[in-house]
Design a protein around this ligand. Structure first.
Ligand SMILES: NC(=O)c1ccc[n+]([C@@H]2O[C@H](COP(=O)([O-])OP(=O)(O)OC[C@H]3O[C@@H](n4cnc5c(N)ncnc54)[C@H](OP(=O)(O)O)[C@@H]3O)[C@@H](O)[C@H]2O)c1
Length: 350
């Protein structure tokens, strides 16, 4: 029998928080909101400020009312300057741990699987980021430093590390499109002659319902320490398979799309960028270099570890490769609907 918990959820309006909150109906949840409002009980705060942006009385009241903290708030935009990222992802995370300590509450900290790949960023590989606005290194450094800051507080915590979050496995629905969606949309719109991924690179994606199911299992449990990888691990799709599935979907819709070439990033750097990308307008160069920065995190990488199918039980088993394929297709389909691509294709066919 699951004990009813009194949960504080930070980042409730974000991609993961939006999906997680309705899944915690078995528990009493209060959301710490920042700018965006959410449904259900909430308190407005700011993790970059003392007392989490609350008055001392509000802070004490909150600490007296919660026994579990799920910390999802973070700067996730790769283009935000490092200082601003750290203020929330490191100092804010430390404040959340202090609250958990003051409350005597369990802390579930949502980090990212990519902390394991900070040595793969373009900076770490000695490759120039060129015109990129994206700085995944700053984001990953902040997530690593956030985990380290938690360890330094001495407050026990569970760390959950999802890989790339995509939409619901059945419908593809998601509250905000992510970086990977932009790559897919470019293919659907026949806008890219090449994608800077080696065909066999593993692109680890987890549908949001899988992430939510895992986080819910952590909340339901009494687990208070440990590292959990919410990833597809060895079952992650290869870039080539993702492209095949996307193109099969295009064919099904009757879209006239040329198959982009999958080219490993180092080959793009050496042969393609100087000739084809340098002459492009600044905006397109930036978009391309942002994609190169993201692609670096997948190039030559080993599969992530996975905790699916581990000790948390049946509800979080590791799905089959076919399930991950169908979940990816659901996201492609949802994106194509949301971007009007399906409507235009149907009209053209009629
Ligand atoms: N999405 C992914 O693909 C993914 C993958 C792996 C790991 N993760 C991790 O999962 C967690 C959640 O990610 P997400 O994608 O859901 O993030 P997100 O969509 O970018 O949402 C970020 C959340 O943080 C809140 N926030 C921002 N500044 C704040 C402040 N000063 N004080 C309090 N709250 C603040 C935002 O509220 P306002 O909008 O109201 O400011 C929002 O609710 C993060 O730790 C992220 O690193 C995400």
């Amino acid at each position: 029998v699951t004990r009813r918990k009194r949960v504080l959820l930070t980042g409730a309006s974000g991609v993961i928080g939006t999906a997680l909150r309705p899944a915690l109906t078995q528990h009493d949840v209060v959301s710490l909101t920042h700018r965006a409002a959410v449904t259900g009980e909430s308190v407005k705060g700011d993790l970059t400020r003392d007392w989490l942006g609350l008055t001392p009385a509000e802070y004490r009241d909150l600490a007296s009312r919660v026994d579990t903290v799920v910390h999802c708030a973070a700067v996730t935009d790769f283009a935000t300057p490092a200082e601003k990222v750290n203020v929330l992802n490191v100092q804010g995370t430390r404040r959340v741990a202090e609250l958990a300590g003051d409350a005597g509450a369990r802390l579930v900290h949502v980090s990212t699987a990519f902390v394991a790949r900070s040595d793969l960023t373009r900076g770490a590989r000695g490759a120039a980021s060129r015109d990129a606005a994206a700085r995944p290194e700053d984001y990953l450094d902040s997530k690593r430093a956030g985990e380290a800051a938690l360890r330094a507080t001495g407050v026990p915590f569970v760390v959950a590390r999802p890989s790339v979050v995509i939409g619901e496995s059945g419908t593809g629905e998601i509250s905000q499109f992510q970086g990977l969606h932009n790559v897919v949309i470019s293919v659907l719109r026949n806008k890219v002659p090449l994608v800077p991924f080696a065909p066999d690179s593993l692109v680890d994606m987890v549908p949001q319902d899988l992430v939510v199911g895992f986080l819910r299992a952590l909340v339901d449990s009494e687990v208070s320490t440990g590292e959990y990888w919410i990833t597809a691990g060895p079952r992650a799709l290869k870039a080539e398979r993702m492209l095949d599935l996307t193109l099969e979907f295009c064919e099904y819709l009757g879209l006239d799309v040329c198959r982009p070439r999958l080219v490993p990033p180092e080959m793009v750097d050496r042969l393609i960028r100087p000739v084809f990308i340098d002459p492009l307008p600044a905006r397109q160069r930036r978009q391309f270099d942002d994609l190169m920065c993201m692609a670096a995190l997948f190039a030559g990488a080993d599969p992530f570890p996975t905790s699916l199918g581990g000790t948390l039980g049946e509800s979080v088993a590791l799905p089959s490769p076919e399930w991950f394929e169908s979940a990816f297709l659901a996201s492609v389909c949802y994106l194509a609907h949301a971007q009007g691509i399906v409507r235009r294709a149907t009209r053209a066919a009629a």
